[in-house]
Write a protein that binds this ligand. Sequence first.
Ligand code: GDP
Ligand code: MN
Length: 398
Amino acid sequence: MKIHEYQARELLATANIPVPNGSMVTSVEDAVQVGERLAADSPPVMVVKAQVHAGGRGKAGFVKVVKSVDEIREAASFMLGNRMVSPQTPPDGLAVDRLLVAEGVDIDREIYLAITTDRTRRTNTLIASAEGGVEIEQVAEERPEAILKVPMHPIDGLSDYQARDLAFELGLQGKQVRQFVSIALQLADLFVRTDASLAEINPLVITPATEAHPDGQVVAIDAKFNFDDNAMFRQQAIAELFDPTEEDPDEMRARDAGLSFVALDGNIGCLVNGAGLAMSTMDIIKLHGGDPANFLDVGGDASQEAVTEAFRIILAEDKVKGVLVNIFGGIMQCDRIARAIVAAAEEVGFQVPLVVRLEGTNVEEARAVLEQAEARMPTMRTATDLDDAARKVCESVA
Ligand code: GDP
Ligand code: MN
């Protein structure tokens, strides 16, 4: 599960990690109001930032550093009125309906700091770079040695000395070191406490020296968190941060029906039981020159109603030009799938070619169900095995 930056900043603030003041708004007028409030009691630099579940906002023009309330109005109108397109969004971009208006900070240096699970090392790992900011992906690609990694102990977590060593490796000096150590330790603690799978601060900035702060200050000005979906049952406060408007509506519908569904770009709708079989089904479709429109695993014990809902979701997509049903019935009974196919045919109708491959538990009964309904499903063909099924469905959409 992902959350917005403004929510992530609140989490950081509760963990005593310094973040600039700001508020989330959904309209230009509210953005202006927050700007007036900030301008009244803080330095005149402010920042307007689109709140969407994708990065690369800075380069896309959806993070604007501004110096007046008029500029806030302009930036807010632009962001709320245009879709944001970045390498991390779908090609047609994302609609923006929330903004963060916050105090801006002067920047001397930008550092990258994140924690995630390193599956190869089987440990949570701190990742840091002295070259943080919007070019971090490029740095990681071109000069991987500029990315530092510190494994966390599975029980003791991050140790003080590890955080201190890292601060020196990042070239921090004077009072910056203690501030960084505190931030890293708090972030590590927050990561574990919230069942996060990613906690990222990019950039963590060092502000320029001032009289009050001769070594500058260490402040988080962007944050991104992902959480383990399977832990949400014990993370009530985090679960409440969920924003359904950022999710694919079909994926949400499927989730409500207990199905595991991922929308893809192709034109062959797939209904499969078991994630492994779903993966191989997509592979074999590709092998025969086709392109899957989705990944859908109905699981082992989905009800007939849930499977019918799966067909509704697949058939609602205009891009779907053919449907492949591939069931290897173990716990799932083939006749339940067959009945759901018939129900979907009656309710929605299969306007597009349908290829069905069923094998396993209750397959004879399933075939009988389909045979009886055959006359009402002129676009249906049955297949003898996986290869045959993939070939037939790919031919039918070619
Ligand atoms: P992202 O592009 O989606 O990761 O958005 P960020 O919040 O990280 O902003 C991108 C870049 O904008 C940062 O790396 C900074 O260089 C710049 N930026 C963001 N906030 C401020 C700010 O308050 N002051 C200044 N001077 N620059 C900022
Ligand atoms: Mn960033």
